[in-house]
Design a binder for this molecule. Structure first.
Ligand code: GDG
Length: 467
């Protein structure tokens, strides 16, 4: 039961995904789920427009589509450099994915990050009515709750983190770590995907700041924070439908025809170092070397649309992967077979669903991942009579829910990846079906609606949710 039915819901995230009229399948499950929540609570979605302006004015562009109101602002070039490409994606993203070697610490980034959060607070504050409930998304906006409190906002405010929370001693590397965690005590509810990320957060707050934990209540001085693990799911119904769409059927046929009897292994990831793509290629190469008799029975399709191209570490990983795929193909390809099809472009969701369904193996090997929705989409797209096998990194949040059916591997180990590929290729149909059913139960039951209802219920007053 949802409480406080009179409250409006205000969602705030870095980017706003306005519902589209077309059924192009361009939108992800998260955007669709948040739009559904906004329809239910007659709310509004606020964030950056994705556009730049010479001078920040705080001018809000309101739009209404399919029952959802969006409100966006333009940011200055310097804001994007320091806040988005800087602190969010050069400092926090690598550090929170355990890559202290890639994280950059510059006071200018931290300053720009705070400035933009203050700008968001200045702009959105007048739109918030006293009864509204505010839900802030992700690592771009850690201090926004504090900035809103400083502007007199007494509303219930929740925060959900979509990426991992690093262990205490790793977080200690961040110059602003203590300040950042203190800011989080200005929220009423904080959600993480897994108990592991939740534990790391509490550990820092307890050991470094002196907070106390009682059940799911963390207290620091006057502030009381409800903390919860709330694993995100996909819109399973929508994805199953997508996998039966004409576009999906066509994509399925096209893949099966081009495979000419070989088994396809598929990987689909934003081109990001956290996704373990280099390690995946090395694991696949190990398989090609170790099991020459299996070699020509398979090929790997890796779809990797580029992301965050303005950040140097992303340019480097892109170059590295091009080199590796070229080298592996050069070493192993034959006149009638190429081991890796490496594609740097995105595909519509329906098409992706057909590609997943055509793949005998879903290879999902992030070095660290908050959740990983591709793993769940791969499961949802399978043929129940003849499902494929999911090979999944034990360091993805999704492993906590899918461990009963997936082959779990350590993505740093080329041998484990290689052995898992052979195990999956040889797996009898009965075992594939049993494993798939276990995973599918979870994907269907703990879907994106389940996720957002647990969070909004906790935020709107039912603090028992998540315990
Ligand atoms: C963050 C966290 C967490 C990918 N290529 C194409 C395409 N995609 C879609 C997938 C999937 C989504 O992008 C990726 O979601 P992930 O969960 O795998 O990863 P992040 O983007 O890093 O998301 C992550 C998530 O937030 C939610 O909390 O799970 O841990 O890092 O939906 O299908 N979609 C289309 N074409 C592509 O080529 N249409």
């Amino acid at each position: 039961m949802e409480c406080h039915s009179l409250s409006r819901l205000i969602i705030i995230s870095n980017r706003v995904s306005a519902p589209t009229d077309s059924n192009s399948g361009a939108q992800g499950g998260l955007a669709v789920a948040l739009a559904a929540a906004l329809r239910e609570y007659k709310g509004m979605w606020f964030g950056w427009s994705g556009e730049t302006t010479d001078h920040f004015t705080g001018h809000i562009n309101f739009q209404r589509a399919q029952g959802v109101t969006t409100a966006t602002v333009d940011l200055e070039e310097q804001d994007i450099d320091e806040y988005y490409n800087g602190y969010a994606n050069r400092t926090l993203w690598p550090l929170f994915h355990y890559r202290i070697d890639l994280a950059e610490y510059e006071r200018g980034f931290a300053g720009g990050y705070q400035r933009v959060n203050d700008r968001f607070a200045d702009t959105v504050r007048p739109l918030i009515d006293p009864d509204d409930v505010v839900w802030i998304q992700d690592y771009h906006m850690f201090p926004l709750g504090s900035s809103l409190r400083a502007r007199g906002c007494k509303n219930r405010i929740g925060f959900f983190l979509h990426i991992p929370w690093p262990p205490r001693r790793l977080l200690g590397v961040l110059p602003e770590a203590a300040e950042l965690v203190r800011h989080l005590f200005d929220y009423d509810v904080i959600g993480f995907h897994t108990e592991e990320w939740l534990e790391s957060f509490c550990d820092y707050a307890i050991v470094e700041l002196g907070a106390t934990l009682d059940g799911h209540t963390l207290t620091l001085g006057e502030r009381v924070l409800h903390v919860m693990a709330d694993p995100i799911g996909i819109d399973a119904t929508e994805f199953i439908e997508a996998s039966h769409s004409p576009t999906a059927r066509l994509a399925f046929r096209r893949m099966r025809d081009s495979a000419v009897g070989r088994d396809m292994i598929v990987g689909v990831d934003r081109l990001d170092y956290s996704k373990g793509l280099e390690e995946r290629f090395l694991g696949y190469e190990r398989f090609l070397k170790t099991y020459p008799e299996e070699r020509k029975e398979v090929f790997l399709l890796q779809i990797a649309p580029p992301s965050r191209g303005a950040v140097e570490s992303y340019q480097k990983i892109r170059a590295a992967l091009e080199g590796m795929s070229g080298r592996i193909n050069g070493a192993f390809a034959d006149v009638d077979w190429v081991p890796i099809r490496y594609v740097n472009q995105g595909y519509p969701r329906d098409q992706l669903a057909g590609i997943y369904r055509a793949a005998r193996i879903g290879l999902v090997t992030p070095l660290r991942d908050g959740m990983n929705l591709v793993a769940k989409e791969y499961v949802a797209a399978q043929d129940p009579e003849d499902p494929g096998v999911l090979i999944l990194s034990r360091f993805a949040g999704a492993a906590t829910q899918l461990q009963g059916g997936a082959i779990l591997i350590n993505p740093y180990s080329a041998e484990e990846i290689s052995d898992a590929i052979v195990q999956a290729l040889k797996m009898p149909r009965d075992e594939r079906i049993t494993r798939w059913r276990t995973m599918m139960d979870n994907v269907v039951n703990e879907d994106v609606v389940w996720w957002r209802k647990r969070f909004t219920q906790a935020l709107m007053g039912d603090a028992k949710v998540g315990e």
